[in-house]
Design a protein around this ligand. Structure first.
Ligand SMILES: NC(=O)c1ccc[n+]([C@@H]2O[C@H](COP(=O)([O-])OP(=O)(O)OC[C@H]3O[C@@H](n4cnc5c(N)ncnc54)[C@H](O)[C@@H]3O)[C@@H](O)[C@H]2O)c1
Length: 356
């Protein structure tokens, strides 16, 4: 079987999540190249997952020009997504792009337009759509045994991004809503096929108007209420003021039942350590005392399912499922920008945009 040749661009945190997923499916994937301006990261990533025989690059334009590959996986800071993706698409490659699709709607639109023009695909990396526990919750709802869904509450929160690029709006496009809220927003839009009706939102204001992160230009607290065309309501939240590890939580209330999912703080393993464990869950500040160490965290957060889906789609020359296409990343970013507008101007916003 022909293997899909992948060039990974960026070799930090999200590249590690993707590399782990590729390393589990080497029967259908070959890592053709890895690029980062920090070559030590390239080598460390490859060593961690045992990748061999790949080309190393420290410049993404040179990498895209030189690397013989089928798919370029964009694991770069937000402000570089557009540049890397457009170069890769123009070179005839399919693209996996980390969230958010870009820092501005204009850049995201250009990416989607370029993909259409050259006949290639953008796979938008929304891992929530593959988290096994979220899939199980959707299966339960789809069984009809809870009745019609009425209200969904979802959030991703932690204590702050590790990335230096998350501090300035020009590098990242916003605060916690664009970094973390992008997951619940993207998930809900996928669930409702992008058919939202109206929204209203509030955020902390950035810098001195933030709750904690006074040097960060983006907001460190954000909440949005959204009503969908089918009448479902949702409360979607993101914040950087949550200590104790990342929270990925969803509650679905239906006419005859409900389902609650907590991806990060539940699990079959409980441990107690006086000196502290090496690792428990993403973004946990301390690991002493009682904890619930994650079991195969990268799998349970959805990264393995996501990458596997993209590889299968690229091998078949197909678009991804709803929620995971370039247009879905674009719609998610549009909604997030409207959330910011609503919060800034104190207004309720209706969806007047034509459906794609
Ligand atoms: N889906 C998720 O759960 C998730 C989690 C974390 C990050 N992300 C996303 O992944 C993307 C990358 O974030 P990150 O936290 O992995 O890392 P990051 O933003 O800190 O940087 C990524 C890497 O890019 C390299 N880089 C920066 N500029 C470069 C250039 N001009 N040429 C070559 N290399 C360059 C850096 O050296 C770094 O190793 C972001 O868009 C972020 O939103 C997604």
């Amino acid at each position: 079987m022909k293997k899909l040749r992948v060039l990974i661009v960026g070799a930090a945190f999200s590249a590690d999540l993707h590399a782990d997923a590729y390393s589990r499916i080497l029967d259908k994937v070959e890592i053709a190249g890895i690029c980062d301006k920090d070559m030590a990261r390239v080598r460390a990533l490859a060593a961690r997952y045992g990748f061999e025989g790949f080309a190393e690059y420290d410049d993404y334009a040179a990498a895209i020009a030189a690397c013989e590959c089928d798919l370029v996986d964009v694991c770069m800071p937000n402000f570089l997504h557009r540049d890397v993706a457009v170069l890769a698409l123009e070179r005839g490659r399919d693209v996996v792009c980390e969230k958010p699709l870009a820092t501005t709607v204009e850049d995201a639109q250009e990416m989607v337009d370029t993909a259409r023009r050259v006949g290639k695909r953008i796979y938008y990396a929304e891992d929530w759509l593959f988290a096994p526990a979220f899939l199980r919750a959707q299966e339960i709802v789809a069984s009809g045994k809870l009745g019609k869904p009425l209200y969904i509450r979802a959030r991703e929160c932690h204590s702050g991004s590790h990335s230096p690029f998350a501090q300035l709006l020009k590098y990242c496009g916003g605060g916690c809503m664009v970094h973390l809220g992008v997951h619940p927003v993207g998930f809900m839009l996928a669930l409702k096929n992008n058919a939202w009706k109206e929204l209203v939102a509030m955020t902390s204001g950035g810098k001195e108007h933030n709750l904690i992160h006074s040097r960060m230009e983006g907001e460190d607290w954000a909440g949005a209420f959204i009503r969908f065309e089918d009448g479902t309501y949702a409360t979607l939240e993101a914040n950087y003021v949550t200590v104790g590890g990342m929270e990925d939580v969803m509650d679905i209330y239906c006419e005859q039942g409900c389902v609650h999912v907590d991806l990060s703080h539940t699990g079959p393993v409980r441990a107690f350590s006086i000196p502290g464990l090496d690792y428990t869950v993403e973004k946990a500040e301390i690991t002493t005392g009682w904890s619930t160490p994650a079991v195969d965290e990268k799998y349970s957060l959805g990264y393995c399912g996501e990458i596997n889906h993209f590889v299968d789609c690229a091998l078949r020359g197909e678009d991804a499922k709803v929620g995971l296409r370039g247009v879905d990343g674009l719609e998610t970013l549009k909604v997030i920008n409207l959330i910011y507008k609503s919060a800034r101007e104190g207004i309720r916003i209706g969806n007047e945009a034509p459906k794609d």
